[in-house]
Design a protein around this ligand. Structure first.
Ligand code: 6PG
Length: 242
């Protein structure tokens, strides 16, 4: 069971972005103080962009950046300079403005075919964590209007993966129509903390489904996120909560 499951509602999208940026910085400080490093998996999608920008703009002087290790929770099978690349978005909004060495940023090798890229990413994640089970300090996730999270889509088998840490998926029904490489639920659920960032009126219906006691995880894959020994936080703006 999750240690804790919390719903945090902010006034609007800018307030959500601020709260998310502060939560990430606080998570980094705690992880570095207790374990000497901060392992963070970023989400793609539009909701976290503003939080990443705030980290770069307001917190660049505060971070202990040499201790940050950044991974992509999911990636689109496109080069980093493609406008829909999640890494490209993270670089533009945050990474390029911070003193984080490229060796501290673990990117998906999207030049490989997706199944090979997933296997290669899993190997590098496992090597980073060594003999210990890969346990991220913080995994950020989004919630798709169709109930997906990371790139674990309804109707696609990646959501049923029980062994691999990373897998690949054909696209879901939402754009962009490109293959994905994605953390699996077993990897996500080993994290110390998982935070969903959700904003906007168009998320209201799926947020209600996700938070319902009777949620069907087959239809709303995001409902499979239950850190085994960690915290689960749903952060959203008022519009998404309704
Ligand atoms: C991606 C994602 C994805 C995203 C959700 C929510 O690469 O598309 O990481 O899981 O987080 O689709 O995206 P929005 O925040 O844009 O609604």
């Amino acid at each position: 069971m999750s240690l804790e499951k919390k719903v945090v509602i902010l006034k609007d999208a800018p307030a959500l972005a601020h709260a998310a940026a502060e939560m990430i910085m606080q998570g980094a400080a705690t992880a570095i103080a207790t374990r000497g490093r901060f392992t963070l998996a970023l989400s793609g999608g539009s909701t976290p962009e503003a939080a990443y920008e705030i980290i770069k703009r307001d917190f660049s002087a505060q971070g202990n950046w040499a201790k940050w290790f950044i991974f992509m929770g999911d990636e689109r099978a496109v080069p980093a300079d493609d406008p829909v690349s999640n890494l490209g978005m993270a670089r533009r909004t945050m990474l390029h403005g911070l003193p984080i060495a490229s060796e501290q940023i673990f990117t998906v090798h999207t030049q490989l075919p997706p199944p090979a890229a997933a296997a290669d990413y899993e190997k590098r994640i496992q090597a980073f964590f060594g003999s210990a089970a890969p346990r991220f300090d913080l995994i950020l996730l989004g919630l798709g209007d169709d109930g997906h999270t990371a790139s674990l889509f309804p109707g696609h088998s990646a959501r049923h993966e029980t062994h691999k840490l990373v897998t690949w998926s054909p696209p879901g029904t939402l754009p962009p129509p490109v293959d994905r490489i994605t953390f699996t639920f077993p990897l996500i659920n080993q994290a110390r903390k998982v935070v969903f960032l959700m904003a906007g009126e168009k998320k209201k219906k799926v947020v209600r489904q996700l938070l319902s006691k009777n949620v069907n995880p087959e239809l709303i894959p995001a409902a499979n996120v239950h850190p085994l020994d960690g915290e689960l936080i749903y952060m959203m703006d008022q519009a998404a909560h309704g």
